[in-house]
Design a protein around this ligand. Structure first.
Ligand SMILES: C[S@@+](CC[C@H](N)C(=O)[O-])C[C@H]1O[C@@H](n2cnc3c(N)ncnc32)[C@H](O)[C@@H]1O
Length: 248
């Protein structure tokens, strides 16, 4: 995905998730200092900071970070002061300190398509986990990846006069384990389209074995492996993998 200019406008409208309590619980359990990778609009970082957690966030999209700044401006000063944002790439960053929780939410590790990039990111991540800390992330789980494609349409009213319609198309290449995602956003004011924005790209669809192998090769040991953010048991039918790992 590109997250170029415009992506930040619609992310929060379609990006609601119930992952906050999971990452807040882990941050509190591991010393109350957290680092979010691919922090985006700070949707989740703000939830942690409201709970008193000092939260750092990195992202390589200046547009998403600009939206994060705008969201932070609506928060109380003490919440704002607990959040520290930096423009940086997860494959090559150095904040010079360790965190009790490093987390990569919203399936974002799948944005790294090449194994070399995945390993580089895990090396940088490992260097930022404090001695008793953990690295946690979630990813889609697709039990059987088939060559298929599908369309969907979602409509989100902003207020009485403004509505955004998102039309999406997914197609899958099982051999390369890549999914291509195309998203068209249309903004309607009183029923007339006033703006159109396209966002697209590829994501890598990981397998549980593949993730296990990447973590082991990068010096992590899996501590917990759930099927959802409410710590559901993971099974073949789970729609996601939620993983907590420790450096060994
Ligand atoms: C799906 S969004 C998740 C945003 C936020 N973490 C959330 O949960 O709402 C993925 C984010 O990862 C960022 N991103 C993608 N590749 C990245 C990379 N290589 N380094 C840093 N950030 C990256 C994107 O710019 C985007 O903001």
């Amino acid at each position: 995905m590109t997250y170029r200019e415009g992506a930040e406008k619609y992310y929060d409208l379609f990006g609601a998730k119930a992952d906050g309590p999971f990452y807040i619980g882990l941050a509190k359990e591991h010393g109350g200092k957290a680092l979010e990778l691919g922090v985006g609009t700070a949707r989740l970082a703000i939830q942690l900071a409201r709970e008193g957690i000092e939260t750092w966030g990195i992202d390589n999209s200046p547009h998403m970070l600009r939206a994060a700044d705008a969201n932070l401006a609506k928060e109380l000063v003490e919440v704002r002061e607990r959040i520290h944002l930096e423009l940086a790439d997860v494959r090559d960053f150095s904040l010079g300190e360790g965190f009790g929780l490093v987390y990569f939410p919203s399936f974002s590790f799948d944005h790294l398509l090449e194994r070399a990039d995945q390993l580089k990111a895990l090396e940088a991540i490992r260097a930022h986990v404090a001695p008793d800390g953990v690295y946690a992330f979630d990813l889609a789980h697709v039990p059987e990846l088939r060559a298929d494609s599908s369309w969907f349409v979602q409509r989100k009213p902003i207020d009485e006069r403004n509505t955004v319609v998102r039309t999406g198309h997914h197609s899958t290449d099982p051999e390369r384990r890549l999914m291509t995602i195309n998203l068209w956003y249309e903004h309607y004011f009183d029923g007339r389209m006033t703006e159109r924005y396209f966002e697209g790209g590829e994501v890598y669809v990981h397998t549980p074995d593949g993730i296990w192998g990447l973590l082991t090769e990068s010096g992590f040991k899996v501590e917990d492996w759930y099927g959802g953010h409410e710590e559901q048991e993971f099974s073949d039918e789970s729609a996601m993998m939620v993983v907590v790992a420790r450096p060994v």
